[in-house]
Design a protein around this ligand. Structure first.
Ligand SMILES: Cc1ncc(COP(=O)(O)O)c(C=O)c1O
Length: 361
């Protein structure tokens, strides 16, 4: 605490990112839902073509080439695409652009268990929030999202950390029930789910879908996120961007991303591989008596049932394996386990076995 902090800085509870290993530390990192595989060979090649002299100039403000390529891949107009410094930034801009702030504003609805950055942004921008409890099976309570009075809706689909997918017909119900406010669907993990709400865009001008190259494209370190929506929504995001930072995506990131977004075949192959590993590990954990939710993401949300999740987390950490544990009501008996390579996941399973057999010294 510093006497120089203003009230907001004093009171905000910042987002806590997953632990990052120290340089040189040998660790199996299954705690931040990154892709365990390296980028595609084409993306690797493009780095060689980067003209370092170009860095003397500011980047193109709107990531025009990335947007044009993404628009082709997604079958929308470039004016329907917005790019930012990771989808975290795109989400932050969306909260500022579309949800009202102040005590008298109607609340933004989010699930009580979802991406933990949403409440942080709401607090930061003074947006009143109403958390809608997930149903006992951790699925999103669609009826409640349709019934409650609100000034907008935001949820992740598939949801994090639960890994569960809400069917497109249910997403559409929420959109239909909320025609006068923005429904923000955060699709950070959509590539692993076989479904996207982008298919609903032609019918719903209030729909904004965010995406990222962090998970499906092995580019978490590049920080390239995007939003797709009606041109009026994208224009709103541009107004916020240009009131904050005109150059959110740097020149090198734009160059790499413009190639990466076209790598459909590579993404499909890579995604298939991760989903196959995911399903194998889910079955193996279920056989050991764990409760594993049906994941449509690149991570599992699972409870060891017979042991405390926190103790398994700590013991895995002691064995050099990082997973994510949230000490929060309703989910403190679960672990979020990112899907790594097959070798990493085999090591994870061996460690789990040892822990369950009490061989964790
Ligand atoms: C649901 C969800 N949305 C957004 C993000 C942020 O992704 P990015 O790396 O694009 O900022 C994450 C990251 O883990 C996430 O889990």
């Amino acid at each position: 605490m510093s006497r120089f902090w203003n009230e907001k800085t004093r009171n905000i509870e910042p987002y806590v990112a997953g632990e990052q290993p120290k340089p040189g530390q040998k660790i199996i990192k299954l705690n931040t839902n990154e892709n365990p595989y390296p980028v595609s060979p084409k993306v690797r090649e493009v780095l060689d073509q980067v003209d370092i002299g170009n860095l003397a100039r500011y980047p193109e403000t709107s990531s025009r080439i990335v947007r044009e390529e993404l628009a082709k891949v997604l079958g929308v107009k470039p004016g329907q695409v917005f790019c930012g410094n990771g989808s975290d930034e795109v989400l932050a801009f969306s909260f500022q652009a579309f949800f009202e702030s102040g005590k008298d504003a109607k609340p933004l609805l989010i699930p009580d268990i979802s991406y933990s950055f949403y409440p942080v942004y709401a607090e930061l921008y003074d947006i009143p929030l109403k958390k809608i409890p997930l149903l006992p099976d951790f699925s999103i309570d669609v009826e409640a999202f349709c019934k409650e009075e609100q000034g907008g809706v935001a949820f992740a689909n598939p949801n994090a950390p639960t890994s569960l997918l809400l069917d497109l017909s249910d997403v559409e119900k929420i959109l239909k029930a909320n025609p006068d406010h923005v429904v923000l669907v955060d699709e950070a993990y959509a590539a692993f789910s076989g479904q996207t709400a982008r298919d609903l865009l032609p019918k719903y001008p209030n729909l904004l879908v965010t995406g990222t190259l962090s998970k499906s494209h092995s580019l978490a370190g590049l920080r390239l996120g995007f939003a797709v929506g009606s041109e009026e929504l994208i224009e709103g995001l541009c107004r916020i961007r240009d009131s904050f930072n005109s150059y959110p995506v740097d020149t090198i990131a734009q160059k790499i991303a413009s190639v990466a977004v076209c790598e459909n075949e590579w993404v499909e192959e890579n995604t298939k591989k991760i989903c196959a590993t995911r399903d194998r590990i889910a079955s193996a954990l279920s056989e050991k008596g764990w409760d594993v939710l049906t994941s449509k993401t690149n991570f599992l949300f699972a409870s060891p049932v017979k042991m405390s999740a926190e103790s398994v987390y700590t013991k895995l950490r002691g064995k050099g394996i990082l997973v994510r544990y949230f000490n929060k009501p309703r989910i403190n008996q679960y672990l979020r386990i990112t899907i790594g390579t097959d070798e990493e996941m085999d090591a994870f399973l061996r460690a789990v076995e040892e822990i369950m057999e009490g061989k964790d010294a």
